[in-house]
Design a protein around this ligand. Structure first.
Ligand code: SAM
Length: 655
């Protein structure tokens, strides 16, 4: 029955009678259709509400919903996503609390690329059953690719929950999604506007008050670099305004909250923001005032100490030992003093495999001792560890020798683990695994060890070693991961060869390498840096960065779109690395063949989805020629590097 038929009261009576008859005839969906149509026209209609209530509270409805849900699952398994979606939608019409249907609806929406709809359904799951597992991590995965075009407070609350629950996503992976949502929020829009003009001390106070209420924004600021120039400008100007008004601004809990968040953000981005000489002068005055007062009245210096922490890590100050007890400083003291002390201690007790001898490895190590990469706070942990088979299936790998899938307790090597994000994620992902993580940089390894302890993983060992020396390691591995490392070696093939030698026959290797095509503009800027003779020290890097920000050149605009542009060690990695090789897909194919490794597939949902939408044949996924053609039409598709898996041939397998 269509809505236009029930616009008159008499026909409403008829419609209600018909709905009752449908219930009697055991046709509940027809009855639901009729009642919902009535409610569209007459939202207060009590009879319709009662009929719906009776249908939905009938235990038989729940049974029917479950049957339809199972039917949807079968369709999903067969790849008929839209029919599956219809089943899940139908299931919740008759049993609105059937949270499993909402969950699966979210999964289907996610698969179909309707990411905002998927998020809404995950929220619905939590409303019905707050303890459902998998919601936060699935939603965390969606947030890597979503871009919100309008503000909705339910997403604000949900994302904050995801971040507060910890370890469901790498914050830097979801930062742009968070900013896309916040940019649509009227309160944030006002703040962004305000920072473009001069503001009085009263306005600054009001701004601080407003910003202190923006919990999601403060949260993301405390977790990763804010990779957006408009937001960066707002934070930089706010920092400057508070500094210039430091004597007049009264210390309140709101100011404490905002200054702590800026201090953490600046520490996380490694103090990348530009600052004027006149700011330095004010800082010197504050420093002298704090060192004169702190012995007697440390509590009286909280505002000034937080201000200093926005410009320089507190461990640099002699008086840093006196401020551990001040509650309002707890967050910055932990990050800018305690953790640094702990890392120094750990570095002294690190296991060293061999003295690093290769001259490029020595230079690379120096770079990462200066700038351990990346400086991260949170990451994505696998809540339930997976077998190698499950990991392979999830990554849609095609492998010729499936013996590796029987490996129940894999030995995993993380080659060039940096500050531990990769090794800890692998440690949580591979079930019953034993992980060995190596890197050149002691500072990076100390950071990694601290974070491994923080997340309570017991299956990871760290070792300072050059990949080139691993020929002498008396261990072979089932799985090796080497991401963002080989292209920084003098001879990537040599490094890769050593790793292939460390891999057991039939073992799997994940590699990430720079794509020449995706880094076209980066290469232009790197050449410009060499031509201009820019030094590689922090001050020179920051000055060059500022020039890029002010430039209208396409190559400069383009490098701003890399998240690495917003953090000093990452920017150094992006544009100022002392060694960088880039690859093409045919080159990778050639290297794989020389190393007797078989290509098993690229990793990255975003890239795979884009590829399959243009190459529907399943086999193309494993055809490097098809990938090469695809990349030639989508030049920056691998801006996040070529990330792929390969398998070592096992000559004994066919015997
Ligand atoms: C860009 S970072 C990547 C870190 C980590 N793989 C990740 O994805 O987060 C590169 C790391 O590789 C390490 N590295 C570079 N050359 C290496 C070598 N020859 N042996 C061991 N580690 C190396 C560096 O010290 C640095 O920590």
């Amino acid at each position: 029955m269509k809505g236009k038929n029930i616009s008159k009261i008499s026909s409403v009576h008829q419609a209600i009678a018909l709905a009752r008859k449908k219930v009697k005839d055991n046709l509940p969906f027809d009855a639901i259709d009729i009642c919902e149509n009535i409610l569209k026209k007459f939202p207060m209609n009590r009879d319709s509400k009662n009929i719906l209530k009776n249908i939905r509270s009938d235990p038989a409805s729940n049974i029917l919903a479950e049957e339809i849900f199972q039917e949807g699952n079968a369709l999903y398994q067969n790849g008929d996503l839209s029919a599956a979606l219809n089943c899940f939608k139908k299931s919740v019409r008759i049993s609105p609390n059937h949270f499993k249907s909402y969950f699966n609806m979210a999964v289907v929406f996610q698969n179909l690329g309707y990411l905002v709809e998927a998020m809404s359904n995950y929220i619905q799951v939590l409303i019905i059953n707050p303890s459902t597992t998998g919601v936060y991590s699935n939603a965390g995965a969606i947030l890597r690719d979503v871009c919100f075009t309008e503000y909705d407070p339910k997403f604000d609350t949900f994302i904050l929950q995801i971040l507060n629950e910890r370890s469901h996503a790498r914050p830097s992976d979801i930062c742009l999604a968070v900013l896309s949502l916040l940019r649509q929020k009227p309160q944030i829009q006002n703040m962004l506007k305000m920072f473009k003009s001069q503001s009085s001390p009263e306005e600054i106070t009001a701004l601080i008050e407003n910003l202190s209420k923006e919990s999601l924004f403060l949260k993301i600021m405390s977790l990763c670099p804010i990779a957006d120039l408009e937001f960066e400008n707002m934070l930089r100007r706010l920092r400057e305004k508070i500094l210039r008004n430091i004597h007049t601004v009264t210390y309140t809990p709101s100011l404490g909250r905002v200054l702590s968040a800026i201090a953490v953000q600046c520490y996380v981005n490694e103090y990348i923001y530009k600052r004027a000489n006149s700011e330095d002068k004010i800082l010197v005055e504050i420093e002298s005032r704090v060192s004169g007062t702190i012995n007697d009245k440390p509590q009286a210096c909280v505002k000034e100490i937080l201000m200093l922490a926005c410009y320089k890590p507190l461990h640099a100050y002699k008086w840093s030992a006196y401020i551990h007890q001040i509650e309002d400083l707890a967050q910055v003291v932990e990050l800018q003093i305690n953790q640094i002390e702990e890392d120094k201690k750990t570095a002294r007790s690190l296991k060293i495999f061999k003295e690093i001898a290769d001259s490029i490895s020595i230079d690379v190590r120096e770079q990462y001792e200066d700038s351990p990469y990346p400086r991260w706070i949170d990451l994505k942990l696998e809540k339930v560890p997976l077998t190698v088979l499950e990991i392979g299936r999830r990554a849609r790998l095609r492998i010729s020798n499936e013996a590796i899938y029987q490996c129940a307790s894999p030995k995993v090597l993380i080659a060039g683990c940096g500050t531990g994000q990769q090794s800890i994620e692998a440690g949580s992902r591979f079930k019953n695994s034993e992980i060995l993580a190596v890197d050149l940089s002691t500072k990076s390894l100390s950071y990694a060890i601290r974070k491994t302890n923080e997340f309570g993983l017991k299956n990871i060992k760290y070792l300072q070693a050059d990949i080139l020396d691993l020929y002498d390691l008396d261990q072979k591995f089932d799985v090796i991961e080497c991401c963002g490392v080989l292209h920084h070696m003098d001879n990537p093939f040599k490094g890769w060869q050593v790793l292939a030698n460390c891999l057991k026959p039939g073992g799997l290797m994940k590699v990430a390498l720079y794509s020449k095509s995706a880094r076209g503009f980066v290469t232009e800027v790197r050449q410009e840096i060499l031509k201009l003779g820019i030094n590689f020290d922090s001050a020179s890097i920051k000055r060059f960065r500022q020039m890029i920000i002010e430039s209208e050149e396409q190559r400069h605009k383009s490098v701003q779109s890399f998240a690495d542009f917003y953090c000093l060690s990452e920017l150094r990695d992006l544009l100022f690395h002392i060694k960088e090789h880039q690859f093409t897909i045919p080159e990778i194919e050639h290297l794989l063949s020389r190393l007797e490794l078989d290509f098993c597939g690229f990793e990255s949902d975003r890239v795979l989805n884009a590829f399959t939408s243009q190459n529907p044949l399943h086999d193309s996924l494993y055809n490097l020629n098809a990938w090469s053609v695809f990349e030639s039409k989508n030049l920056d598709i691998f801006s996040g590097m070529y990330q792929f898996w390969c398998q070592k041939r096992d000559d004994t397998a066919s015997l």
